[in-house]
Design a protein around this ligand. Sequence first.
Ligand code: S3P
Length: 173
Amino acid sequence: MKISNSGNLLFIGFMGVGKSTLAKELAKECGSVCLDTDKIIENMESKKIKKIFESKGEEYFRELEQKVAFWLEKNVRNSIISTGGGFIAVKNLKKIGKIIYLKSSFEGIIKRLENSPKAKEKLAKRPLLQDKKKAKELFKKRSDIYEKLADIIINIEKYKNEKDIIKELVKYH
Ligand code: S3P
């Protein structure tokens, strides 16, 4: 599989691991531009992800992810991109940019979400996190795929705080 030389950094990882937050912080730190595939899709549809799942279904959402993936590959350079947890299913992921997998245990992710000041909101907006048992199954199924696709793996549980993660991420920009 061809690894992209687009200059993009692409964050992958399970829901709630902190991809969007870290991508935004890293972009700020590096004076770069940050894109978020979920936000792009919400703009395309003028609807929140939750509503897209409710009205059009998951398959439709996955088609939009693929459309965005082709667009990113063709048009976006030197940017920091955060993706939805299932974006890894797109055909051209490796062609979009260097892939950074933000890794954490499932328990670590749940703790991170529950400790967030916006915990309720963060849980409510994620249709595939509503049933914890199913979410854990999905986590198990996806973990190997994330590892295989990653160019770089950052185990976020090894770091004291967000600032230290950013310090590490800056090295890859
Ligand atoms: C999904 C993750 C979500 C969002 C959608 C589906 C998934 O993004 O794309 O709810 O399949 O894992 P986050 O990873 O930002 O929660």
